[in-house]
Design a protein. Structure first.
Length: 223
């Protein structure tokens, strides 16, 4: 897999996702736009580093926006799209790097492409989730849980909640809390990292499977 090319594709997709979230907020008549917290590889690293340099006060407005949304104006929209592309690019680059590494070490084994891509995506999303949990702890997020996400595990827990299958004190409820609630210690950061891997693995495997299936069906049309 060409890492730079895949990184560009991923950056474009994430920039479009950022623009879509803003557009949905506008359509709903909101005064602020959703700011996605996921898949922010580079932003997460930068925020952690800046905190340890004692610059958290200068970032208070940015942290507020990340929790409650940003005012919708031209400058913020452009900034959201640009940072979306950069974060998507970096995340996509590392997914490709991990995928290529897995391909090399499994060269003589029949290791399914979907599994390799799922693992690579899981590693990156796991890192991103761990960074998000770390940032939430360092900057003292005021929100307590995920409000919205297009993640396989999130949608699963959402469905279980809708079916009233989660009850207080149950194992499923404990798992749901460890996934949805922002952590307040290092163990919670580790849990979020692992949940991120699960989400990335499932999502990556599904995307890879759909891509390979579509490409296989379209290939005869090229002749």
């Amino acid at each position: 897999m060409n890492a730079l090319r895949f990184a560009i594709y991923t950056g474009i997709i994430w920039a479009l996702a950022s623009a879509l979230l803003i557009e949905l907020s506008v359509m709903e008549g909101a005064q602020t736009a959703w700011v996605e917290l996921d898949f922010r590889f580079l932003s997460g690293i930068v925020l952690v580093i800046l905190h340890y340099f004692g610059l958290e006060e200068a970032l208070s407005q940015l942290i507020y926006y990340s929790q409650y949304g940003m005012p919708i104006n031209a400058v913020n929209v452009i900034a959201a799209i640009i940072t979306g592309f950069i974060d998507g690019y970096v995340s996509g680059f590392f997914i490709a790097i991990f995928y290529n590494f897995l391909s090399i070490i499994s060269e003589r084994r029949k290791f399914p492409t979907t599994i390799k891509f799922g693992i690579a995506a899981g590693i990156v999303l796991g890192i991103c989730s761990g960074l998000l949990a770390w940032v939430s702890l360092l900057y003292g997020f005021e929100i307590e849980s995920f409000g919205f996400a297009i993640r396989p595990v999130f949608l699963t827990f959402l469905g279980l909640t809708g079916l009233s299958l989660l009850s207080d004190g149950s194992l499923l409820q404990s798992l749901s809390n460890s996934y949805l609630l922002f952590p307040d210690n290092g163990v919670g950061i580790l849990k979020w990292t692992l949940w991120g891997f699960v989400d990335g693995f499932i999502g990556g495997a599904i995307v890879s499977y759909l891509f390979l299936t579509i490409r296989k069906k379209l290939r005869p049309l090229n002749y």
